[in-house]
Ligand binder design. Structure first.
Ligand code: FEO
Length: 398
């Protein structure tokens, strides 16, 4: 069912209730691919959907206008979850011009060919009048692909923000104030941590530019449209873009026979100071999506592994490779773990933490086989050190 956002501006997207794996991101609550139709003297479609749902998108458009009447198809972002349906949609809109920037056109052509497309290239700051509505195009490079772009409807103070401010969240609702806000914000945080975190510096620049625009509504390419919590989601992005630390410690570990697990639990005990949130994650059972989300706003992390095959356990490695790529900033922490005849596991973890620019508060904390009472005491002391550091970092961040 279509939804009218503003007079003559409609949501015509697709709700993907059953998707659970979005290129490795665990989407427990499904997703949506949002497309928007502006019916004015000229008719514009803002983005499309994943290719399997292009027919559904055209059916949604047909509830409002004949797709053959569309004048412009704007592409804010070439990734296939939004542009995959472009070829089929353009076939159904024979008079439509594809509106996008040069980088976007290049990427689209590498995916889809499109030698026969009619193209209206646009550049940063350019405007396009539809009649009573004016579209303004704002390049947002690397937030999160090189060709990413916002489209702003000047008269309506409405920002089509592609992936930025999105959430993987399937729901019957279309607006933030119609749903459980705590769930919407949690999904927005998960989305930021797993899709956008790497691009924090670029996001800061984008937010600075957007601050110059009056914005009453933000319509992202996934999830709910922000109309009641615009200031809140923008502020959340300000905080997330610098990984603003909370007084929070994440302990991430895996274990073979319980020794590293016992160390992890002792570190949790030590870190659990008044005012400190402590989150224990087991790499083998807690998905990397959750690991990234929990680490986004944590001040500190401890990562533990036993030595297996002269190195760290593979699930710990998977989590660290993922986190290293996402580049969380400003963390303090240390490595820990048990070993038998080779100490390499925790040492490898410590090396990766160093590469991630984690401020290491100590050398790897080791236990030869099962930890004895003295080692467990050392774990509690190290955990307390992280708890105190987390309180200090959160206080400094304000
Ligand atoms: Fe939702 Fe970057 O695509």
């Amino acid at each position: 069912m279509t939804t009218e956002l503003r007079k003559g501006i409609y949501w015509v997207g697709h709700v993907d209730w059953s998707i659970r794996d979005f290129h490795g991101y665990l989407t427990d609550r499904g997703s949506t691919y949002n497309a928007y139709l502006i019916v004015d003297e000229k008719i514009a479609l803002i983005d499309t959907v994943k290719s399997p749902y292009a027919g559904h998108l055209l059916a949604m458009i047909s509830e409002i206008v004949d797709p053959a009447r569309i004048d412009y198809v704007v592409c804010n972002h070439a990734e296939p979850d939004h542009a995959g349906g472009l070829t089929e949609v353009l076939k159904a809109c024979p008079r439509a011009e594809l509106v996008c920037n040069a980088k976007c056109l290049d990427t689209l052509r590498r995916y889809q060919g499109g030698a026969d497309w009619k193209v209206k290239p646009v550049s940063d700051g350019q405007t396009l009048s539809l009649g009573r509505n004016t579209l303004k195009f704002i390049d947002t490079p690397m937030a999160h692909w090189p060709e990413s772009m916002f489209t702003y409807v000047v008269e309506e103070k409405l920002l089509f923000s592609m992936d930025v401010f999105g959430q993987h969240y399937a729901t019957v609702h279309r607006f933030d104030d119609q749903d459980d806000l705590s769930v919407v914000m949690a999904e927005a945080r998960t989305y930021y941590a797993n899709i956008i975190m790497l691009y924090g510096k670029q996001v800061t620049k984008v937010l600075d530019r957007a601050a110059g625009l009056p914005i009453e509504m933000i319509a992202p390419s996934h999830g709910l449209i922000w109309r009641n919590q615009v200031g809140e989601i923008v502020q959340a992005y300000r905080d997330w873009s610098v990984c603003k630390p909370k007084a929070k410690v994440v302990v991430l570990y895996d274990s073979m026979w319980g020794s590293t697990e016992a160390m992890a639990l002792a570190i949790v005990d030590g870190a659990a100071l008044p005012g400190v949130t402590v989150t224990l994650l087991k790499a083998r059972t807690d998905h990397i999506t959750l690991q990234a989300t929990e680490i986004l706003d944590a001040a500190c992390l401890a990562v533990g592994t036993p030595t297996l095959n002269m190195g760290m356990m593979p699930e710990v490695g998977a989590g660290l490779i993922y986190l290293k790529g996402l580049r969380p900033v400003g963390k303090s922490g240390f490595a820990f773990g048990s070993y038998g005849w080779g100490k390499n596991g925790a040492q490898e973890v410590s090396e990766i933490l160093k590469q991630m620019k984690v401020d290491l508060v100590r050398e790897p904390l080791l236990s030869n086989y099962a930890p004895d009472a003295a080692i467990l005491d050392e774990c509690r002391v190290a955990g307390r050190l992280l708890g105190e550091r987390a309180l200090a970092l959160a206080a400094a961040a304000g």
